[in-house]
Write a protein that binds this ligand. Structure first.
Ligand SMILES: C[S@@+](CC[C@H](N)C(=O)[O-])C[C@H]1O[C@@H](n2cnc3c(N)ncnc32)[C@H](O)[C@@H]1O
Length: 206
């Protein structure tokens, strides 16, 4: 994109039929981020949690960080628009809507979660959790590994010719074997010879 911006883009109809206007060449300063959203789930929900404790509610176990709904709400709606969250949980969507000036409705199956969610609205929404906004802080940026560096060097087992149909299912809770030796030991415990023994027998032709 940087190269395109530097060289300039000639607006034209693409072979696909897409009509790319001259707006394509506008430098938005990377305003459209890549399609990975990385948000640590570490924000303080102390107010909500305290409310739950005081009222005897179990806090919602799968709360999203406010930055997640906030990203989509800001991208897809204008202040004053109406937002609906049909799976509201702890109603973080409602909290973000209050803070960003959207009208909203949250729907939640479990009454206790709804009642606990009230804990998000008993204080000024301006005081609620805010996403990280300091672009100068290097810890607000993340790096992605090239997939190649995720390989541990173990060539793994060859793909069976039957696609794995005859492979015995792993026992629940069994350790994932780390090396060829360990794989041999775990197979032996299931009643079949260890891989090392089996391969030595193969080598000997027995
Ligand atoms: C992953 S949680 C949502 C968490 C929420 N985004 C938050 O940050 O607190 C999904 C919620 O959807 C609710 N749910 C599941 N089925 C539902 C249904 N048919 N109607 C309304 N809520 C439903 C569950 O009870 C659960 O609380």
């Amino acid at each position: 994109m940087r190269e395109l911006l530097a060289k300039g883009y000639r607006a034209k109809k693409r072979p696909s039929g897409h009509d790319i206007s001259d707006k394509f060449g506008i430098d938005n300063g990377a305003a459209i981020p890549p399609n990975l959203i990385a948000i640590p789930n570490t924000e303080s929900n102390s107010f909500y949690l305290r409310y739950c404790e005081e009222k005897g509610f179990k806090p919602h176990p799968a709360r999203y960080p406010a930055g997640l709904p906030e990203y989509f709400i800001r991208m897809l709606t204008e202040p004053g628009d109406f937002v609906i969250d049909p799976f509201a949980g702890s109603c973080v969507t409602g909290e973000v809507c209050e803070r960003t000036g959207r009208r909203w409705t949250c729907v939640e199956l479990l009454r206790d979660y709804c009642e606990a969610a009230l804990g998000r609205f008993v204080r000024d929404p301006e005081e609620t959790a805010r996403p990280v906004v300091d672009p100068a802080n290097p810890s607000n940026y993340y790096r992605l590994p090239h997939p190649g560096i995720l390989w541990n060097g173990d060539p793994g087992e060859p793909l069976p010719s039957d696609g794995g149909k005859s492979r015995r299912p792993k026992r629940a809770g069994a350790d994932i074997p780390k090396s060829r030796e360990e794989r041999g030991v775990s197979i032996h415990r299931d009643g079949t010879p260890p891989l090392s023994a089996a391969s030595s027998a193969d080598e000997r032709g027995t």
